[in-house]
Design a protein around this ligand. Structure first.
Ligand code: PMP
Length: 394
């Protein structure tokens, strides 16, 4: 682990929304803003250097997930990767069928791409989870028809942390004509991901989720899986993603991927220990508190609670006053008043979904962060409950 702790102080437990870039990654990127700024398309030596750098970065990112270099397309991030995966694949394979399956607990980006696919004439089905947010492979099997060309299930929930049985879902899809895509963003850096051991044909990756810079991502496309581009221009990335490559960003993603591969077991173990302590002590200290998501099949860095009779937003604001940054759910949906679609799919009522708070740990999280939460959270919940018309157990 890097000695220096990034950040401006305070207690940061919202690693799922944004992560600091690892100082070692910043160091690896630095020369590519100034000395080694070339364009891989240029035919001179500076361009050759950029091409070699791009090739080497592609190989590193590929190695981190057990893929081949030619199976990696660099993008501007997870959202673009998933657009290329779902829209690009659907457009290219339309003649094979018009049915696509996504999961009810997937990230909003997948849901909104699903709406675009429906507008384009595809039929999009959603597989519901169980109460813990898990997708049963049998439910996937039952919904696959001869017209199903694509199944997309996120590897893990960025909100409630539930991890999906990807290998089993891969086996179900492998027996059909469909391709399996997974948004692996929430799982990256927390769970080992090896595409050669699962049946995924496409995988969405993000750089920031492994402590690389924002605005860079990649899509793994297994050899033989056919995808059409969704943006057009100079034909970079084998024609699949036009636009001059963000070389410094890509170098950063590759450096982050290398560090992740080395440090994942230790990172995951440290996060799991913090998570387990937080869950144990919060549930013991606060009455009528519940853990959302799966009790065991969950990301090492995720603890997601529901507190009866209080609103997540009020909790977040009072935690903020104490210098503790947490989330009520997905940052991508935090400015809407809608309850989380993930929690509603798990069977929670609207008011229950609104009473949730998400803690996510990362590479620099420490025991004292948990101490800080435990020192204030029980009092904050109690204070809010005393004012709440929804809570009458005092
Ligand atoms: N998928 C998941 C699971 C996410 O958590 C996020 C947000 N970090 C995204 C996709 C979208 O990522 P980005 O905004 O970087 O494109």
């Amino acid at each position: 682990m890097a000695a220096q702790t990034p950040g401006r102080g305070g207690v940061y437990l919202d690693y799922q929304s944004a992560k600091p870039v690892d100082p070692r990654v910043v160091e690896a990127m630095a020369p590519y803003f100034t000395e080694r700024f070339g364009n891989p398309a240029s035919l001179h030596g500076v361009g050759d250097d950029a091409t070699a750098t791009l090739d080497s970065a592609r190989a590193k990112v590929a190695a981190s997930i057990g893929a081949l270099p030619e199976e990696i397309v660099f993008t501007s991030g997870a959202t673009e990767s998933s657009n290329l995966a779902l829209l690009g694949y659907a457009n290219r394979n339309r003649r094979a069928g018009d049915h696509i399956l996504i999961s009810e607990v997937d990230h909003i980006s997948i849901h909104n791409i699903g709406k675009m696919l429906e507008k384009a004439g595809f039929r999009v089905g959603k597989v519901p989870p169980d109460q813990f947010g898990r997708i049963d492979p049998e439910k996937v099997r039952k919904r696959i028809t001869p017209e199903t060309i694509l199944v997309s299930v996120g590897w893990a929930s960025n909100e409630i942390g539930t991890v999906q049985p990807m290998a089993e879902i891969g086996e179900v899809v492998a027996g059909t004509g469909a391709t399996l895509h997974s948004d692996a963003v929430a799982a990256q850096g927390q769970l080992p991901i090896d595409v050669s051991r699962t049946g995924v044909g496409m995988l969405t990756l993000s750089s920031n989720d492994i402590y690389g810079p924002q605005g860079v991502g990649a899509l793994y496309i297994r050899n033989g899986v056919k995808v059409a581009p969704v943006a057009f221009g100079g034909g970079q990335e084998d024609g699949l993603r036009s636009g001059t490559e963000n070389l410094a960003g890509i170098v950063g993603m590759a450096a982050a991927a290398e560090i992740m591969s080395r440090e994942l077991p230790a990172d995951a173990a440290r996060m799991a220990a913090l998570r387990d302590r937080l869950v144990r002590e919060v549930l013991a200290a606060i009455p009528d508190a519940h853990l959302n998501g799966h009790p065991t099949e969950r990301l090492p860095g995720n603890a997601h609670f529901r507190f009866e009779g209080v609103e997540g937003e009020s909790l977040l604001l009072l935690m903020r006053e104490e210098g503790i940054s947490v989330a009520t759910g997905s940052a991508c949906s935090s400015k809407t008043l809608e309850p989380s679609h993930t929690l509603i799919s798990c069977g929670l009522l609207h008011e229950e979904a609104h009473g949730s708070l998400e803690f996510t740990f990362g590479r620099w999280s420490k025991d004292s962060d948990v101490d800080s939460v435990l020192a204030v959270l029980p009092g904050i919940v109690d204070k809010l409950r005393r004012m709440s018309p929804l809570y009458n157990k005092h």
